[in-house]
Ligand binder design. Structure first.
Ligand code: FO1
Length: 308
């Protein structure tokens, strides 16, 4: 069994590579839910959906979120009626949010719903939210505190970030499947996917028990840096690191994960700035072959840590 921690697009790509090369049922992807929010009366879970759609082969690879071939007629109609259209919910993507919201109201947990969606989309690995409890990333800026999607989508990551707050984290517990896996003797290794360490992985680590477990674990854990040549492939990681007075280098990523990982995979473009144990390769996953290649290298590197 391999456990991968993932957030949005970069995490979903590596998770897909892992899902494709590992035997069915041997991968669990625990996904960030700090980006979740209620919008237009619906519960939206952007990162779990990105992972679901990517592993089902239904994702829009170009845009990085939502479904391929999507239309937005409903959003246009909402706009015509004076409603909010800043967060674009596609016509078919809406089905996911409608059905998730309906089931949550009947008392099903996010874990149960996500697992069922995965099975119905033909995914043969486990996808679970990191927690079933309410967890919301809040972004502190000089102009005040913003909810995550307000910062990320409505304000296009423009405000400077002074701090991140994971509202609800203190009282959250790991989702049942994650809690079981963390104690399982069958778990062989952990991979932190190339997701934004601050926005996507830190909310996961903020759930009590997870960071401590990573510190004490006896199995190997590696991370893949989300930076290539000091820039994020997608998203605000590099900009945010500058705002938080951190250099956008693998060294800063390694320091961020200090004590939690045994090694870091970094891109060739960042070789000179390495710190500690690392594996250097091409981390850009242009297509499914690239996802499988990085997944294979990650598993080999994980195995090398086990033997070290
Ligand atoms: N990102 C955008 O930049 N603009 C959008 O309108 C948008 C809509 C959207 C709808 C559903 C969904 O699951 C994700 C969506 N995202 C959108 C992406 C989302 O904000 C980000 O993927 C994550 O929260 C960051 O990983």
């Amino acid at each position: 069994m391999i456990l991968a921690f993932a957030g949005g697009v970069g995490g979903a790509r590596l998770a897909n590579g892992l899902a494709r090369i590992l035997p069915a049922g041997s991968l669990t992807v625990a996904v960030n839910t700090g980006d979740d929010f209620e919008h237009l009366g619906l519960h939206i879970s952007p990162d779990p959906d990105t992972v679901l759609y990517t592993l089902a082969g239904l994702n829009d690879a170009e845009r990085g979120w939502g479904l391929a071939g999507e239309t937005f007629a409903c959003m246009a109609a909402v706009k015509r009626l004076g409603g909010e259209d800043w967060f674009a919910l596609g016509d078919r993507d809406l089905a996911t949010h409608i059905e998730r919201t309906r089931r949550l109201a009947t008392g099903e947990t996010l874990s149960q719903i996500t697992a069922d969606f995965a099975a119905r989309l033909g995914i043969n690995q486990a996808i679970i939210p990191v927690t079933d409890d309410r967890l919301r990333t809040l972004v502190r800026t000089p102009a005040g505190e913003l909810s995550f999607q307000d910062y990320f989508v409505r304000q296009r990551c423009e405000p400077a970030v002074t701090a991140l707050v994971f509202d609800g984290a203190e009282t959250a517990t790991p989702s049942p499947a994650l809690a079981t896996l963390m104690q399982s003797p069958e778990l062989q290794g952990v991979i932190i996917c190339p997701s934004n360490p601050f926005l996507s992985i830190d909310p996961i680590l903020a759930v009590p028990g997870i960071r401590d477990w990573l510190r004490r674990r006896r199995i190997p854990c590696i991370a893949v840096s989300p930076l290539i040549g000091g820039k994020a492939v997608k998203g605000p990681a590099a900009k945010m690191m500058a705002e938080l007075d951190l250099e956008a280098t693998p060294r800063a990523i390694a320091e961020h994960y200090l004590g939690l990982i045994d090694g870091l995979i970094i891109d060739r473009a960042d070789t000179l700035q390495a710190l500690g144990e690392c594996h250097i390769t091409d981390t850009l996953m242009r297509n499914i072959e690239g996802q499988e290649r990085l997944a294979r290298e990650s598993l080999n590197y994980l195995e090398r840590q086990r033997r070290a």
